[in-house]
Design a protein. Structure first.
Ligand SMILES: [Zn+2]
Length: 151
């Protein structure tokens, strides 16, 4: 099962505890990878109870529409799971943990590169690139730390 599907399932489970008549679906067309929440009235309009339920957990329902963007999916999975006591599937937790580890690794790597560049006794070579819109300038690259400069 994809991460997206697991996220939708978790959010659906949580929101159904709040208001069983809400529907939680994957977005279609250009909304793909979004999560759409709609109400039980005509055209997906929310009843007062549904609207209240969504507002209570911090979502902001429009007239007949409430969406969660791809970037916010994790936030809402974790927030709703915590607020409503729903368990996050293990596969999803593993994925989030994996992303956190990867992010920390990337940050550490960037920090290391920055530190190396700051303490480097640079050895510049002129690169054979043209600098767009600055034809009198060149790209220089340090042979030791890889830092590039335009001057
Ligand atoms: Zn250097």
């Amino acid at each position: 099962m994809s991460i997206y599907t697991l996220e939708i399932k978790t959010i659906r489970k949580a929101l159904k505890l709040l208001a069983p008549s809400l529907s939680v679906r994957r977005g279609r067309g250009t909304g793909y990878s979004w999560i759409e929440i709609s109400g039980s009235k005509e055209w997906g309009e929310f009843t007062d109870e549904e609207r209240e339920a969504l507002t209570k957990v911090g979502l902001r329902p429009g007239a007949n529409f409430c969406v969660i963007s791809p970037d916010d999916r994790r936030y809402w999975v974790e927030t709703l799971a915590k607020k409503l006591g729903v368990e996050i599937p293990e596969e999803l937790r593993d994925e989030y943990r994996r992303r956190d580890i990867e992010k920390a690794r990337m940050e550490r790597r960037l920090r290391e590169i920055k530190e190396r560049q700051e303490s480097c006794q640079h050895e510049w070579v002129k690169m054979p690139y043209l600098v767009l819109f600055q034809e009198d300038k060149s790209v220089y690259k340090c042979l030791k730390c890889g830092k590039e400069e335009i001057r």
